[in-house]
Design a binder for this molecule. Structure first.
Ligand code: HEM
Length: 456
């Protein structure tokens, strides 16, 4: 039995005859102190609560009326397998609506969410994925050719550039260079301020205190991006436009059973969602992966030897060791939700802590160590123990795409370049909007010019 199975098979049991508690136990500290725990203690505060109170903990901060943190794969399985209509992820993601739009798949719930998801999933799955590999290799080559020799640079920003090009080409197909460049600039102009360490605060909380400059700048950048995206949607709707094999053409052509298509607003919100969700996360995951593997000659050798399955295990372990999105949420609606021995009342949000689960010593011995071997063989962690992409009907729509993209980019970079990290120690995580990103962007240097491009 693997450690994760041990936990899965032992959910907290309700003793016979015992009254069912609505909520799990949790700290009785005032919300202000619990908020301080989150801000100052982060993962250590959560780990303390898990040890003190158990696999699910009721917590409160000054920003909410209380929520349930979940630290146990068995409970995560119950949640991810729970009824879609009773567990609203869109409501839990509501903070993203001003950024992505109110009709984004990330903030929708119920039937509308499922309908959008069904339309958006096929281009990011199965055989369609192979079709993107050349685009990814080309975008990586072009970026490598711009890297300086003998002077340090930050991997995170250059990888953002690659992943943004890739997602733009997947979503819009081939665009003329001027339009593609304008799209890139406008997307970054909109999200750069948001992804600064205090970006979300200046965007959503500062305006409540009358400080509006950051928000005004953001709205102006968003309007410029909208203008470009709307023009592209209009172009695809023109009679005679020859439909192409990209996500936008698919969304424009899509019809439901009654023959209804998506409105311009819906398409716009989904395009922006894919552009934003589809590049920042992947670039962050890649930067972390390089920070880990460049410090491990043994791992580099095995990747370069193209050992079957090894690079996939490296990527999985990097996504575990350096969790990009630390948690996800579901708001209970309709009726109380049975979670382990509790009945979580309507309106309460349930939050699996991806990061704490990924760092549990009993599930991952020596959790701080980067050990790709964990993901090879029969004892590899299951989908409720390794969950960087969330799960259930809301599991990341781009999970397979992201892992394929990471594989192609890592192979290409390691084939052509010898990179050395500048810092003696690995980079430290810092919150940027919803991601945990490397504080210094993973600074590296290449001492020699990259090897020439080899055809794929
Ligand atoms: C390493 C890279 C990535 C990570 C770590 C990541 C992580 C996540 C997570 C944790 C969620 C929430 C899942 C849940 O609530 O259970 C999510 C949702 C989503 N992701 Fe990703 N993601 C990545 C890459 C991508 C890419 C490349 C795309 C698009 C091309 C994408 C599009 C989406 C969308 C549309 C959703 C919303 C799904 C829904 O609500 O049904 N992501 N992602």
């Amino acid at each position: 039995m693997t450690p994760s199975e041990a936990v899965l098979t032992a959910p907290p049991a309700v003793p016979a005859g015992a009254a069912v508690a609505a909520l799990p136990p949790g700290p009785r500290l005032p919300p202000l102190l619990q908020t301080a725990g989150f801000v100052l203690g982060g993962r250590r505060w959560l780990e303390f609560c898990r040890r003190r109170y158990g696999p699910a903990v009721f917590m409160r901060t000054v920003f909410d009326d209380g929520f349930v943190m979940v630290f146990d794969p068995g409970l995560v399985r119950e949640l991810f397998q729970g009824p879609h209509l009773q567990l609203n992820a869109g409501e839990a993601n509501a903070l993203l609506a001003p950024l992505l739009g109110a009709r984004s798949v990330l903030v929708l719930d119920g039937a509308e969410h499922l309908a959008h998801r069904r339309l958006m999933l096929p281009p990011f799955h199965g055989r369609r994925l192979e079709g993107y590999e050349d685009t990814i290799a080309q975008a990586t080559d072009a970026e490598i050719d711009r890297w300086p020799v003998q002077s340090p640079f930050r991997l995170l920003s250059t990888l953002q550039s690659v992943t943004l090009t890739v997602v733009i080409r997947a979503v819009f197909g081939t665009l003329d260079t001027a339009t593609e460049t304008a799209l890139r600039d406008r997307i970054r102009a909109m999200i750069d301020p948001v992804t600064q360490p205090r970006g979300m605060l200046s965007l959503f909380l500062a305006p409540r205190l009358g400080i509006d400059r950051g928000r005004r700048r953001f709205l102006a950048a968003q309007a410029e991006l909208d203008e470009l995206v709307s023009a592209e949607i209009a172009r695809r709707r023109e009679p005679g436009f020859a439909s192409t094999d990209d996500v936008l053409s698919g969304l424009v052509a899509a019809r439901d059973g009654d023959g209804h298509g998506l409105s311009d607003e819906e398409i716009r919100d989904e395009l922006v969602t894919l552009l934003v969700a589809g590049h920042e996360t992947t670039a962050t995951a890649l930067a972390w992966t390089f920070d880990l593997v460049l410090r491990r000659p043994d791992v580099l050798t095995r990747i370069r030897a193209r050992e079957a399955g090894y690079l996939d295990a490296v990527i999985k372990e990097a996504l575990r060791c350096r969790t990009v999105i630390p948690g996800v949420g579901r708001v209970v609606r309709g009726a109380p939700f049975a979670l382990g021995p509790w009945r979580i009342p309507e309106g309460v949000e349930i939050n699996p802590s991806i990061r704490v689960i990924h760092e549990r010593r009993d599930l991952y011995p020596h959790p701080r160590r980067f050990l790709p071997e964990r993901h090879l063989g029969p004892d590899a962690p299951d989908t409720y123990t390794w969950l960087p992409f969330g799960g259930g009907t809301r599991r990341c729509l781009g999970a397979s795409f992201a892992q394929m993209e990471m594989r192609v980019i890592i192979e290409r970079v390691l084939e052509r370049c010898e990179l050395t990290p500048i810092a003696r120690r690995p980079d430290r995580p810092v919150f940027r909007a919803i991601t945990l990103a490397p504080k210094h962007g993973v600074r590296v240097i290449q001492r020699q010019a990259p090897r020439p491009r080899a055809p794929r």
